[in-house]
Design a protein around this ligand. Structure first.
Ligand SMILES: NC(=O)c1ccc[n+]([C@@H]2O[C@H](COP(=O)([O-])OP(=O)(O)OC[C@H]3O[C@@H](n4cnc5c(N)ncnc54)[C@H](OP(=O)(O)O)[C@@H]3O)[C@@H](O)[C@H]2O)c1
Length: 239
């Protein structure tokens, strides 16, 4: 039973938005290591008490993977029960076409970093048969306003499927696709959802559905209004 024991959980992008909301949910029962791009001094006040923090900028994908592994060992852990690769960005192009720089940055942060992190974290996960979770997006099936973002999330979807089969019997792999949620990601992306924002799910509710989906280890799972209305934030097993 997953919920019975305290787990060692790593969450990338754990200092804001959905990652932080998930961390706050898990903090009561589990040990947490969170990562982000901002220095620890900027985020220490908002992180759950006792959570460790790793500075790992995913715009340098290989260095971010090395920083995570180093950070896990420096925290005194030799294995992981869960790694939630959640950090991500979006960049809305002015004219519908991303610049080469924006495409590279989106793919580096959202896809290449997650691929290299997954590979680097595999031995730590395998040791305790831990679960690897990619946070994708409903945009993986295509989105008109953010093509590079959609491509990065489609890549994560494919990667999740491939690793789920390749690592079968060693490390369970899943990809979760949230729908629009009330975080600062859209502002940072340069996207104003206008009155549509009122229809976005609360970050806490998406985080609750993430926790239940992680415990269930199924993949892929869409975390949208349809799941929410079926009780997805309240029912099911909990991590
Ligand atoms: N919000 C939504 O509507 C929505 C919908 C579907 C999927 N998602 C996905 O959910 C995940 C979390 O999104 P969110 O809404 O919580 O966004 P958010 O509030 O903007 O938080 C993004 C997180 O990613 C980290 N991050 C960004 N760039 C980074 C970099 N270069 N290196 C390391 N960390 C970096 C941020 O760290 P810093 O604060 O240190 O920069 C922050 O912790 C993303 O993968 C996103 O694509 C979100």
């Amino acid at each position: 039973m997953i919920g019975a024991v305290s787990r060692r959980v790593l969450i990338t992008g754990g200092n804001a938005g959905l990652g932080l909301a998930l961390a706050k949910k898990l903090a009561r029962h589990h040990k947490l290591l969170l990562s982000g791009r901002k220095p620890e001094s900027e985020v220490a006040g908002i992180l759950p008490r006792d959570a460790g923090y790793i500075l790992a900028d995913q715009s340098s994908p290989q260095q971010s993977a090395e920083a995570l592994v180093r950070g896990v060992h420096d925290f005194g852990w030799d294995s992981l029960d869960n790694a939630v690769l959640n950090a991500g960005i979006g960049i809305v192009p002015d004219d519908g076409l991303d610049s080469t720089e924006a495409i590279r940055r989106t793919l580096d942060v959202n896809l290449l970093a997650a691929m290299l992190q997954a590979k680097a974290l595999f031995p730590l996960l395998e040791k305790s048969r831990g679960t690897l979770t990619f946070i994708g997006s409903v945009a993986h099936s295509g989105s008109t306003t953010i093509p590079a973002y959609a491509a990065s999330k489609a890549g994560l979807h494919g990667l999740g499927r491939a690793l789920r089969s390749e690592w079968k019997g060693k490390v369970p792999v899943q990809v979760l696709h949230p729908g629009p949620a009330k975080t600062e990601m859209h502002d940072k992306a340069g996207y104003d959802p206008g009155h549509m924002r009122a229809l976005f799910l609360e970050a806490n509710d998406v985080a609750a559905m993430m926790a239940a989906a992680i415990a269930a280890r199924r993949s892929p799972v869409t975390l949208s209004w349809a799941r929410y209305l079926c009780g997805g934030a309240f029912l099911g097993r909990r991590l």
